[in-house]
Each structure stands twice: as structure tokens, then as C-alpha cells.
Design a protein around this ligand. Structure first.
Ligand SMILES: NC(=O)c1ccc[n+]([C@@H]2O[C@H](COP(=O)([O-])OP(=O)(O)OC[C@H]3O[C@@H](n4cnc5c(N)ncnc54)[C@H](OP(=O)(O)O)[C@@H]3O)[C@@H](O)[C@H]2O)c1
Length: 329
């Protein structure tokens, strides 16, 4: 049986991707073969497939760091044909053939039974972006973040991680300040539950090592100077979840917020999240962490054949929310 896949190649001309017809035996090894119903377009997928970021550890490789679908065959007793499952992180779409394909084959240890409360489609509207937003909020709450400690600033707010973080925060009773470079997304972010929406400039952050306490915590998707300035404004014992690098991978800060205010800088790595915690986070995403506005956040549904233009548009900041990929089209 042949099926379509978005396969990434590296040649002397650089990294590029194209749709190809593959057979199962061409896929990376694993015990579980999955018919992929949905995947999503993540920032990392766009970096990987276009070569604008150095993401892939081997070539050629199918792109796609997440997938949801139905088990076709399994040589592991934990899964049987017909089971609805999802996979995210663990090296999928980085060192192992990924989810932007009609079929995938993965190690059974990576497979998660679809949590109660989520359909296959909803699980990939969330995708790695939703998983990461939930992991960040979980880590902050584990470390004492409560609504009465003040508002949570979410940067890169109109993107996948940002949108879902705002929705979850609002439903858990936190005040969220959405920081977005796009004024056109003001209405969208307000509808998701943001109490305030502003541009980075309108936040008027100071530049000193320690600034006036203003925010309960931060969920950051962009890195760089804005993150450094935000850390200096966090209230006593607040948490800063460090997720992304959409602006810069650099972070030039001082120890003062940590040693004088007890501020914590929390790392969030969806790829390496241990399996018991990964399962627990997915369970929460089907229950108390389930965003209330998934249909608003799902701004587009595309076919595998639409991926190229979508990767470019996402990296050029022309998309917002989450783009779902129907992998059977
Ligand atoms: N640590 C992890 O495990 C993990 C998991 C998932 C994602 N990430 C990272 O988190 C970030 C967000 O991922 P995503 O999937 O939400 O991506 P996305 O949907 O493309 O959203 C990224 C957002 O960042 C903002 N942005 C883009 N370019 C920017 C720039 N040059 N300067 C400042 N802001 C910029 C934009 O928001 P506005 O236009 O609203 O400002 C954009 O919507 C990415 O860096 C991604 O690699 C990390």
C-alpha cells in the first residue's frame, strides 16, 4: 500500500520538502502502525521542513512533531487495531518519521491512548502547541502560581501556544495579558478570554535589572530582550515559563529577580517530557485544562498538499491560532 507523506530532504542546495508516495517499510521502525487522521502545523515543523531552522537530526525524514489517528497494526499488546491514539514529541518529526503523512510507525512507548474528553480532531487542534501551553501552566501551578499573585503575561499571544495558554488561563480563573505584535488579533485574543491585549511597545517595560513589580508570571514564546525585560517586572515568587524563541534564542538577564524576589524561571520542553507526566497533561487537556474556544483557535484545516505555502506563511507571521492538517486528504 502506498500513502502520501511530506518528506524532507537535504541536498547540496539545502533543505527542502515535497509530497512523496511511500510504503510502510520505508518508515522509521516501531511496533505500532497508525493511520494518521490529523496533525498540525507547528512553528518547529515549519522551521524543519523549510530548513529555516536546524531541527532534523537525519534525512530524508517525514515532517510533523505530532499526530492523532487509529491503530492499524500493533505487535505490542498495549495497543490493538482500531484504538484511537496520539503521539507528540519524543523525537517524532525530528529523528523519527513524523505525523505529516497518511501513515506513521512508532515505538509503542510513545503512544498515548486518546484521552477521554477529546476527539481525534480536537487533540490535534491542541497538538504540541496545546500540550506545551498546558505543561507550562501545570509547572507554574506546581510551583505555587495562583490567580491572586497577579496577571500572567503571554507573549507571542496570537500563535498556537499563546492562544491556547490564554484560553486555559482564563478558564482556570487567572487574569491573562496577551502581548501580540498584531493589532488585528485584538478581538480574537479578547474572545479567547484575555483581560488585556497590547503590543510589546504598549507594555512599556523598563530595562533595569530589577523593575517595578507588575505581573504575577509570564508564559513566553518569543525569548530575547522582551523576555529579559519581563522577568524584571515579575512579582514576589512568580514563575516565568520559558517556551519559545520566535524572536530570539538569547536571554540576557541578571540574577536579581531570582535572588531578591524568588522568581522562578521554568524550562518547558515538550519533546523530552517524561511519559507519566505527558500522559497526565493529556488527561488534563481532556478535562479541566480543555480550552473553551477550540473552534475559534482552529483557524484553518488544510490538506497535506497545502503544507508548503502554510509553512512559509506561518514563519512570516501571517497566520494565527492553530492550523489543523487532515492527513487523509
Ligand atoms: N519548548 C517547547 O517544547 C515548545 C513547544 C512548542 C512550541 N515552542 C516554541 O514556542 C514558540 C511558539 O510556537 P507556536 O507553535 O505557538 O508558533 P506560532 O503559532 O507560529 O506562534 C508564534 C507567535 O510568536 C510571535 N512571533 C513570531 N515571530 C516573531 C518575532 N520575530 N518576534 C516576536 N514575536 C514573534 C507571533 O505572535 P504575535 O504576532 O501575536 O506577536 C506568532 O504568532 C516557537 O518559538 C516554538 O518553537 C516550544
Amino acid at each position: 500500500m502506498k500513502f502520501q507523506a511530506c518528506r524532507v530532504h537535504k541536498t547540496e542546495q539545502g533543505v527542502s520538502h515535497r509530497l512523496e508516495q511511500l510504503t510502510i517499510d520505508q518508515l522509521s521502525p516501531g511496533e505500532v502502525v497508525i493511520r494518521v487522521h490529523y496533525s498540525g502545523v507547528n512553528y518547529k515543523d515549519a522551521l524543519a521542513a523549510t530548513g529555516r531552522g536546524s531541527i532534523l537530526k537525519q534525512f530524508p525524514l517525514n515532517a510533523g512533531i505530532d499526530l492523532a489517528g487509529v491503530v492499524e497494526t500493533s505487535s505490542d499488546p498495549r495497543f490493538k487495531p482500531g484504538d484511537s491514539v496520539l503521539v507528540n514529541g519524543c523525537g517524532l518529526g525530528e529523528s523519527h518519521d513524523g505525523g505529516l503523512a497518511a501513515m506513521a510507525r512508532v515505538p509503542a512507548d510513545w503512544v498515548i491512548a486518546l484521552p477521554e474528553g477529546l476527539s481525534l480532531k480536537e487533540s490535534m487542534i491542541l497538538g504540541t502547541a496545546g500540550f506545551t501551553a498546558a505543561l507550562a501552566i501545570y509547572r507554574m501551578m506546581q510551583n505555587g502560581q495562583t490567580a491572586d499573585k497577579g496577571s500572567i503575561v503571554v507573549t507571542g499571544a496570537s500563535g498556537g501556544v499563546g492562544s491556547i495558554a490564554i484560553d486555559i488561563l482564563a478558564s482556570l480563573g487567572f487574569e491573562a495579558i496577551a502581548v501580540s505584535g498584531r493589532e488585528a488579533c485584538l478581538d480574537y485574543l479578547t474572545r479567547l478570554g484575555a483581560n488585556q491585549v497590547c503590543t510589546p511597545e504598549a507594555l512599556t517595560l523598563g530595562h533595569r535589572p530589577l523593575e517595578k513589580s507588575r505581573f504575577g508570571g509570564v508564559i513566553d514564546n518569543v525569548g530575547g530582550t522582551q523576555l529579559a525585560n519581563l522577568i524584571a517586572h515579575v512579582n514576589l515568587w512568580g514563575n516565568v515559563a520559558c517556551i519559545g524563541l520566535a524572536d530570539s534564542h538569547k536571554l540576557d538577564t541578571t540574577v536579581f529577580p531570582m535572588i531578591l524576589r524568588g522568581v522562578s524561571l521554568l524550562g518547558v520542553s515538550s519533546t523530552n517530557c517524561p511519559m507519566p507526566l505527558r500522559q497526565a497533561i493529556w488527561q488534563r487537556l481532556g478535562a479541566d485544562f480543555k480550552p473553551r474556544h477550540l473552534s475559534l483557535i482552529n483557524t484553518e484545516e488544510i490538506a497535506l498538499s497545502n503544507l508548503s505555502e502554510t509553512f512559509d506563511a506561518l514563519l512570516d507571521r501571517k497566520k494565527h491560532g492553530r492550523i489543523l492538517v487532515n492527513c487523509q486528504q
